[in-house]
Write a protein that binds this ligand. Structure first.
Ligand code: XCC
Ligand code: SF4
Length: 630
């Protein structure tokens, strides 16, 4: 086994506790403290049976008051809340995708944003029936960006990307009337349906939840992923490191946090600039270290090998090291707590997006036109802040793991090519992977995604489940904060193959991959949707027949529910470790865990006991294998 050893959750917790001691010294608040203040949570909220969508309320459902003032029952209230939750997530992912389309529209061979993967752009253009012959690549980029932007508001027709799904899946969507039309329309329709006096029938609300989810995964998120690849390059396997130890006490530390790579790409660019490095040195530092938190981190890790400082519930920890000169954020999953927290240290909390403005931050508004200049300003500000560090407060836990990341679908197909006996005929398809699955060398795959949530001991569910899955020869593809949990623990180190069953271990050796594959940020779950689509097409099976399931054991955001809905709607059984506020309605529970199966051949399982959740997934994978006779 060599020297390889996973980092345990206990070790990570010990490091966090040491950082919280620093926090206590400077009077800092922390989520660990706030959770206590918020416990117990409101029971009505937890069960989803509180309604405040009109000013006759708020209404709460109790045995004595089974209906709100308008007469809506628990099922209607829970259903509307669930759809609103989904719409919030779909809007958020899709708006991120829209920003990327605008960045593509501004791409310029002499400007800050270039087309780094012209081949991919041409491939998508052909897919969309756009003439590419003899066209300047930037003209094509602008034309494609405009077409993509039209997908958000076109009056007629359904999403262009749906054509990527197997015909069977497209037919299911059509028959169930859940094909997403314009992306923004599905969000608006959802909010229309949940207005006072519109839908209160669970079936209708669940149907629209799936549709709004699909507008995200097969619409806005897919735009985000595909055009980010065009702009910044399609990820390829690359080595990096993960956990707080990637921060460097002698360097200027800039932490990028959020989701949109447009900003972080530029910050990384300038942090690498010799002029900036010299500037950092003139301030007494040895150099500049950029590291990341959350999905922005995943984006720049996948494309540049920028190390990952941590995931969602570690965002305060990076400031608590006392060695963070600037935490630069764009959008989503950013704790407002970073404002007051950064004031306890020398850290500059730099917000950059009109979408995510927060008190106690320095707002350096970032836009595509001024990207280069603003990124430079941010890096300079961080360098100048180095001298304000309080050395007595600096403590960076000596904790990091190696990780190989960057498994886009394109990269995955390529590396797995090496695993087959018949490599010549199957190049460029998922057949090698299918071969491993049908022969039983790999039993199946789990897509592990989503956040941290204090309701689950942070990272434990992600890490423990992954360990068990790979030991059972089930390959894991991961994204978002789940991927970072894996990387921090060491599960994305190729040496982690030693924790696998014999079959998966052999595959890891042959393909030279880790057993947990980093597929990117949360919008990149669209990559997973394309992967299963390709697997279905190449095998002649339905997506729902593949021994593949999805899992979000520690999820917390609206985006995660939107994702869950499109993963289920794509035909993949999805396992949740946190209840989506539906326990107050037996009908909603029944629709989500069973009823939707009639439309899309998949459904949810909610199980808060993590051991059981994992066993249920393994069971489901084995059931699917038996059903197709492999
Ligand atoms: Fe946010 Fe994407 Fe969740 Fe992590 S996993 S906490 S949504 S950063 Ni998306
Ligand atoms: Fe109460 Fe009905 Fe208004 Fe909701 S919509 S707050 S249940 S009266």
């Amino acid at each position: 086994m060599g020297d390889f050893k996973l980092t345990t959750v206990e070790e990570m917790e010990a490091a966090t506790n040491r950082l919280l001691e620093t926090g206590a010294k400077v009077g800092a608040d922390a989520w660990q403290i706030r959770v206590k203040n918020q416990t117990p949570h409101c029971k009505f909220g937890e069960q989803g049976i509180c309604c405040r969508i009109c000013a006759m309320g708020p209404c709460r459902i109790t045995p004595k008051a089974p209906r709100g003032i308008c007469g809506c029952d628990a099922h209607g209230i829970v259903g509307r809340n669930y759809l609103k939750f989904t719409a919030g997530g779909a809007a958020t992912h899709s708006d991120h995708g829209r920003e990327i389309c605008h960045t593509l529209y501004a791409a310029d061979p002499n400007g800050a944003y270039k087309v780094k993967d012209p081949d991919k752009l041409i491939r998508i253009a052909k897919e969309w029936g756009v003439e590419t012959e003899g066209k300047d690549i930037y003209d094509l980029a602008h034309e494609m960006a405009e077409l993509a932007l039209m997908e958000y508001g076109k009056p007629f027709g359904v999403q262009r990307w749906l054509k990527r799904a197997p015909e069977h899946t497209q037919k299911l969507w059509h028959d169930a009337e859940i094909e997403p039309r314009a992306i923004d329309r599905e969000v608006a329709t959802s909010l229309h349906m949940t207005h006072m006096g519109c839908s209160s029938k669970p079936e209708a609300l669940v149907r629209q939840s799936l549709r709004a989810g699909l507008a995200d995964g097969w619409g806005g998120s897919m735009c985000g992923t595909e055009f980010s690849d065009v702009l910044f390059g399609t990820p390829k396997p690359i080595d990096t490191e993960a956990n707080l130890g990637v921060m460097n006490a002698e360097n200027v530390n800039i932490v990028v946090h959020g989701h949109d790579p447009s900003l972080s790409e530029m910050v990384c660019e300038y942090a690498d600039d010799p002029e900036m490095i010299a500037y950092a040195k003139s301030m007494g530092a040895k150099g500049i270290t950029v590291s990341g938190v959350c999905c922005t981190s995943n984006e720049v890790a996948m494309r540049r090998g920028i190390p990952m400082a941590g995931n969602f519930l570690q965002q305060e920890n990076v400031v608590l090291t006392g060695a963070c000169e600037a935490i630069v954020v764009d959008v989503q999953c950013i704790f407002p707590a970073l404002g007051p927290l950064s004031k306890c240290f020398h850290t500059k909390f730099i917000t950059t997006s009109p979408i995510a403005q927060m008190p106690d931050s320095d707002y350096i508004r970032f836009d595509v036109g001024t990207a280069a200049e603003k990124a430079k300003q941010i890096v300079k500000t961080a360098c100048e802040n180095f001298k304000n560090r309080k050395p007595e407060l600096v403590y960076i836990p000596d904790m990091k793991q190696k990780a190989t990341v960057g498994y886009s679908l394109e990269a995955l197909v390529k590396v797995l090519d090496g695993v087959t006996n018949s490599q010549v005929d199957v190049t460029g398809t998922t057949k090698p992977l299918l071969e491993c699955v049908t022969s039983g060398v790999i039993r199946g795959a789990v897509a592990m995604v989503g956040c941290n949530n204090p309701k689950v001991r942070p990272d434990t569910a992600h890490i423990e489940m992954m360990k068990k899955l790979i030991a059972n020869d089930i390959v894991v593809v991961a994204s978002g904060c789940s991927a970072q949990a894996a990387a921090k623990a060491g599960l994305m180190d190729k040496a982690a193959k030693d924790l696998c069953g014999a079959g998966l271990k052999r595959v890891c050796e042959l393909a030279d991959i880790p057993p947990v594959l980093h597929m990117g940020s949360c919008v990149d779950i669209s990559r997973m949707m394309i992967l299963v689509s390709e697997l279905a097409k190449d095998s002649g099976l339905k997506i729902s027949q593949l021994p593949v399931v999805g899992c979000a054991p520690e999820w917390m955001s609206e985006k995660a529910v939107s994702i869950g809905n499109y993963v289920v709607a794509t035909g993949i059984d999805t396992f949740l470790g946190v209840d989506p506020y539906v326990s107050g309605s037996s009908e909603m529970g029944e629709w989500l865990t069973n009823g939707v199966r009639d439309w899309v051949e998949a459904a949810y399982t909610v199980e808060t006991d993590i051991d059981k959740l994992c066993d249920k997934m393994i069971e489901r994978i084995e059931e699917k294998r038996t059903a197709i006779g492999i």
